[in-house]
Design a protein around this ligand. Sequence first.
Ligand SMILES: Cc1cc2nc3c(=O)[nH]c(=O)nc-3n(C[C@H](O)[C@H](O)[C@H](O)COP(=O)(O)O)c2cc1C
Length: 178
Amino acid sequence: MNLSPNIELKSKLEKPEVIGAVITQRKNKVNLCPVNWQVVSSEYKSPMVVCIGLSHGNYSREVILATKEFTYAYPSQEQLKDILYCGTVSGREVNKLKQMALQFLPAKKNKCPILKDAVLNFECTLMQTVEMETFSILIGKIEIIHGSDKSALDKIYALGGMEYGVIEKVKILQTGRT
Ligand SMILES: Cc1cc2nc3c(=O)[nH]c(=O)nc-3n(C[C@H](O)[C@H](O)[C@H](O)COP(=O)(O)O)c2cc1C
């Protein structure tokens, strides 16, 4: 009996998965890496954290371990093309920012900038790292949250099968918990 996880089932029923952007800076070089492996904690407990899963070969992981900070952002729909491009090349080899239109703004606490025109930006400082076989889970404490005039429905999603898009509508089924 094969008890290994059924990845096709996960892909079919778990998508859409929100796409986040991890922004780092080492010396003067700003870099951006899109991620699906992400969890942002609820506002109920302090500290609020962002958890991201980054492959061991990933340049952003290396920079975060060295600088102890990163920005986690939810890019908006106009940024989709550039965000996906950033997932096809590594900042170790190229300066991604020279190849695209994304713009950045200075952060308030961190050296690493925030993503202009994103839905939300979280300035994070590295709290803890959990090492797995092929990747690391980096846990960042959310220091500052930057909002925008975008809507929550401007966030972008991996829809499965190399398709990417937005969720256009939400439908309220109930108001209140009982
Ligand atoms: C939509 C999307 C989601 C991705 N999610 C992850 C992820 O969660 N973790 C990861 O390590 N790489 C992920 N990747 C791949 C990285 O973005 C890719 O390897 C990137 O080139 C790494 O850039 P860097 O080396 O400059 O950090 C994703 C790529 C795309 C396009």
